[in-house]
Design a binder for this molecule. Structure first.
Ligand code: THU
Length: 131
């Protein structure tokens, strides 16, 4: 699947966003090595810290389905006015992704015009990974 098609699936997932507090709708699409895709949206809560980001929704859904073979994740975010904002995964999502993906995971982000790509390990250097 090409990057644009994966981003389109993330965009579709953002339509399901439950974000009455931030009005910031995020969608993510996680691609597995066999071409399967798991999508997710952000799900907010009146107790803000309970909120789950789109990336973790997609990741947890894939893990719950027995998947461990991730290649890339596309992320798209819409402001309340519909404008797309380039949104790298938050630190919590980076840590969650690192638990199951190599630092080589490609993270695709978009500003609505272009798709930018970054490796997980470039966004999360010196991560805690052992105890
Ligand atoms: N959010 C995500 O879903 N993914 C990110 O990478 C950044 C932030 C969500 C969490 C919250 O619902 C809203 O965006 C505003 O922070």
């Amino acid at each position: 699947m090409d990057d644009q098609a994966l981003m389109k699936l993330a965009e579709k997932a953002a339509e399901k966003s439950y974000s009455p507090y931030s009005h910031f709708s995020v969608g993510a699409a996680l691609l597995c090595s066999d071409g399967a895709v798991y999508t997710g949206c952000n799900i907010e809560n009146v107790s803000f810290s309970v909120t789950n980001c789109a990336e973790r929704t997609a990741l947890f859904s894939a893990i719950a389905d027995g998947r461990r073979d991730f290649v890339k994740i596309a992320v798209i975010a819409f402001r309340h006015d519909g404008r797309i904002v380039l949104t790298p995964p938050c630190g919590v999502c980076r840590q969650a992704l690192l638990e199951f993906c190599s630092g080589d995971l490609d993270i695709l982000m978009t500003d609505g015009h272009n798709i930018t790509e970054a490796k997980l390990n470039s966004l999360m250097p010196s991560a805690f990974c052992e105890f």
